[in-house]
Design a protein around this ligand. Structure first.
Ligand SMILES: Nc1nc2c(ncn2[C@@H]2O[C@H](COP(=O)(O)OP(=O)(O)O)[C@@H](O)[C@H]2O)c(=O)[nH]1
Ligand SMILES: [Mg+2]
Length: 250
């Protein structure tokens, strides 16, 4: 999704945050509904290599940490728990902004396998912004206890992104998750997420807008996502997009 910190050397939009990431080779965001086990995954993967602070200019807590895999330094950012990226709360705004403008190399959406339908809402929203998405199907032990069987290979085919089943509390599946993160961050895995199509009228409007947007922004922000947000008429987001783009061009 656009210029990465690897090519630009710095993310101007999140300069304050990224100034501490100088030694990092990849940045991964952990997103998910509250109580899906994000912090458990984060703590297991990063161990003692973590610290917390505040998001630039916000009272929301920011946890960052790193782990090494195949000799590569991978930073994890634990985003606030959110049900959606429509940015109704400051938590949702922080999560949305980091996914849109933080230029993460991949986003891991941690989901509760016992209520997948509700959790997939967020995953589908993230997939509209970036193709670099991994679905972590956590709490598989609880799902098993409740007799919920998930055909995760089929889910993976339907979504077009890697799906990794885990029991984070027991560290089950976390090695697979690390490998999937590494493969995606370093381009060994190229996902092609399912595109969500809307009704004909909306698709027609999207097509027209996309053509205009692609001419100017295609390499920086996903133009389909941008066109959808323009149709939403989210003024606060428009201002942010403008700020992000103007900083990139300075
Ligand atoms: N049974 C079970 N519990 C888990 C698993 N992963 C996390 N938990 C528990 O779920 C609760 C919420 O986890 P937490 O990591 O704080 O969720 P977060 O809100 O997404 O950060 C904690 O009590 C964890 O110990 C899992 O795979 N299985
Ligand atoms: Mg947490």
């Amino acid at each position: 999704m656009g210029l990465t910190h690897k090519s630009t050397g710095i993310n101007t939009f999140f300069a304050e945050l990224y100034s501490e990431f100088s030694s990092t080779e990849a940045v991964i965001a952990l997103a998910g509904n509250p109580n899906t086990g994000k912090s458990t995954v984060f703590n297991s993967l990063t161990g003692l290599n973590q610290h917390t602070g505040n998001w630039p200019g916000k009272t929301v807590t920011l946890a960052k940490g790193f782990f090494k895999h195949k000799g590569d330094h991978i930073t994890l950012v634990d985003l606030p728990g959110t049900y959606s990226l429509l940015a109704n709360s400051v938590e949702e705004q922080v999560a949305r902004d980091f996914i849109c403008f933080g230029e993460p190399d991949a986003v891991v959406v941690v989901t509760d396998a016992t209520c997948l339908e509700r959790n997939l809402n967020l995953a589908l929203q993230v997939m509209e912004i970036t193709s670099q998405v991994i679905l972590c199907l956590n709490l598989m032990d609880e799902a098993k206890r409740k007799n919920i069987q998930i055909n995760y290979e089929k889910l993976q085919r339907l979504l077009g992104i890697p799906v990794i089943p885990t029991v984070a509390r027991n560290k089950e599946g976390l090695d697979d998750l690390k490998a999937a993160i590494h493969a995606m961050a370093f381009g060994e895995e190229k996902p092609s997420p399912k595109i969500i199509y809307y009704d004909d009228q909306l698709e027609k409007a999207l097509d027209e807008l996309k053509k205009e947007l692609e001419a100017s922004f295609s390499t920086v922000i996903n133009s389909r996502w941008l066109a959808l947000r323009l149709l939403d008429g989210d003024i606060a987001l428009m201002k942010k997009i403008f700020k992000y783009l103007s900083e990139l061009h300075n």
